[in-house]
Design a protein around this ligand. Structure first.
Ligand code: MLC
Ligand code: AMP
Length: 503
């Protein structure tokens, strides 16, 4: 037996002196150098006592070295657990504890604040900064640049990605070697990736999109990536001439379209623009084609399932749809109440089945059973419809979820914080249309009788507890929340009332 994911993505590039990562300053990291660094990290991890299946939690800035930790984990048979760099210490504590991580890598600037998190979870703390320096790199420096790859099969775990829930705490989605590899193979083939591709990579690498879709496909095809720390409009426009393709959330495309430098000439050489993680407005799709002559290829995925559907590479890329089920992925629309399959043309919940679908939530069998049917279909919580030509369209969500600039925000988590504040009787958080982020959370508060909530103090408290992207862009006090006869808060009415807040 070999190591399913390592061999397909990484191992085959051993000794290749070709550029893998192009850095913002124009220098590059070769495939060989990247793999040697990964091997050195793998030695550090195993010397620390980690054994097959142990989790490695990582909250570090994007860099080639950060990506090499992923490769190191795969090579050593460990489970890679990347965390959003925006998470506060409070948030990180839960992930490190819940996952039972044996080792936690953080930015050196946060080490003092996070040492107690690591100690509390009995995890070893190491550091790595955006330039690749830190205790992990120091320990790796004298290690052998070769590591004996640990055998791992198709169903063994490769990564945990945490995803929040409408109720309760975040859940660790367990992804196997097969989940990740099968999806990358399908997409690389469908989107016709080759070793000539240069992917402009401006996404974070702690989520499915930037980590698995972008990086795995590039590795599989043997291409390279222009590896930027974040989406900076000026830098993306400067680097586009060297790229053949880019993957982004819709905010990337609306920001590019808002800039006069983004022209047909600038993009004439590009072969593919991919969008996903949040709905791309049909207007954006149309405006993009008018400006550049390219049709954005929109696809649909989830943390639990990797990618499910994609518009075609060669056929019609239809605006407002997410295309067809991928090869080997079944997609059906079911009745939210009965679970019965609905005919094409009827709106229901999208369910998906295939090698892409995860192994369940870490140590949460009840949550797993609620969403993953015995027959293998995963209940996505997205409302959709399949049209007569087979195109899947997402029309809404059957889950209380806000997607801001491609980051998922669960209102419940914010409402719990708001409800606990002085002077607050109750709260509701809703997603409101936002010109840059697509949607953004707004907090509606109801005061306790005779009290006046201190909105500044509440904003400060949110700042200390929740990641910045989750902060409501506005807090509004209302006399009461609209409720239906069953007493349930009617968030649709709030959304309607507030829909023009940012436009
Ligand atoms: C940053 N901020 C955000 C935010 N990103 N606020 C709300 N939503 C976001 N997504 C905060 C910043 O901290 C900052 O706070 C302020 O908003 C403005 O920041 P900015 O400089 O304008 O933001 P920027 O750094 O440019 O980031 C915006 C972004 C980024 C859209 C480029 O969020 C991004 O790269 N998103 C991609 C997320 C992603 O990869 N999703 C894939 C999930 S996988 P302040 O206080 O400083 O003003 C998945 C499955 C699938 O969904 O199908 O792919
Ligand atoms: P995440 O949990 O971060 O993986 O987010 C997954 C969710 O993002 C899905 O359930 C969808 O609601 C949403 N999503 C992903 N891609 C698209 C898309 N192309 N259009 C609309 N929503 C999308």
């Amino acid at each position: 037996m070999a190591n399913v994911l390592y061999d397909a993505l990484f191992g085959k590039h051993a000794g290749r002196d070709t550029p893998f990562l192009w850095l913002a300053n124009g220098s590059n990291v070769t495939h060989a150098a990247f793999l040697e660094q990964a091997a050195q990290f793998a030695h550090v991890l195993t010397n620390a006592g980690l054994v097959i299946g142990d989790r490695v939690a990582v909250q570090v800035e994007k860099s080639g070295a950060a990506l090499a930790i992923y490769a190191a984990c795969v090579q050593a048979g460990l489970v890679f657990l990347p965390l959003n760099t925006a998470y506060t210490a409070d948030e990180v504590q839960y992930f490190v504890e819940n996952s039972g991580a044996r080792l936690f890598v953080c930015d050196p600037s946060k080490a003092d604040a996070l040492q107690s998190v690591a100690d509390g979870a009995a995890a070893q703390l190491e550091t790595l900064d955006v330039n690749g320096s830190g205790s992990l790199a120091d320990k790796a420096a004298d290690k052998d640049a070769q590591f004996a790859t640990v055998e791992r099969g198709a169903d063994d775990l490769a990564a945990f990605l945490y995803t929040s829930g409408t109720t309760g705490r975040s859940k660790g989605a367990m992804l196997s070697h097969k989940n990740l590899l099968s999806n990358s193979e399908t997409l690389a083939d469908l989107w016709q990736f080759t070793s000539n591709d240069v992917l402009l990579h401006a996404l974070p690498i702690f989520h499915t999109h930037g980590l698995f879709v972008a990086s795995n496909i590039t590795l599989l095809a043997g291409g390279s990536m222009i590896f930027l720390p974040k989406f900076d409009l000026d830098v993306v426009i400067e680097k586009l001439p060297q790229a053949t393709t880019i993957m982004g959330v819709p905010t990337f495309y609306t920001r590019l379209l808002s800039d006069a430098r983004f022209t047909k000439d600038l993009t004439a050489h590009m072969r593919l623009f991919v969008s996903g993680s949040a709905p791309l407005l049909a207007e954006t799709h149309v405006e993009f084609e008018e400006r550049t002559g390219h049709r954005i290829l929109e696809r649909y995925g989830m943390t639990e399932t990797n990618m499910n559907t994609s518009n075609p590479f060669d056929g019609e890329r239809r605006a407002g749809t997410v295309g067809f089920p991928l090869q080997g992925v079944e997609v059906k629309v079911t009745d939210p109440n009965t679970g019965e399959t609905l005919p094409n043309g009827e709106i229901g919940i999208l369910e998906v089945r295939g090698d892409n679908v995860f192994q369940g939530y870490w140590q949460m069998p009840e949550k797993t059973a609620e969403e993953l049917r015995d027959n293998g279909f995963f209940i996505t919580g997205d409302m959709g419809v399949i049209d007569a030509d087979g195109y899947v369209q997402i029309v809404g969500r059957n889950k209380d979820l806000i997607i801001s600039g491609g980051f998922n925000i669960y209102p419940k988590e914010i409402e719990e914080v708001l409800d606990s504040q002085n002077g607050v009787l109750e709260s509701a958080v809703v997603g409101v249309a936002h010109p840059d982020f697509g949607e953004t959370p707004v907090g509606v508060l109801v005061a306790k009788t005779g009290e006046t909530p201190d909105l500044d103090a509440i904003a400060k408290h949110l700042h200390d507890t929740l990641a910045r992207f989750k902060h409501p862009r506005k807090l509004i006090v209302m006399d009461a929340l609209p409720r239906n006869t069953m007493g349930k808060v009617q968030k649709n009415l709030l959304r309607e009332e507030l829909k023009n807040l940012f436009t």
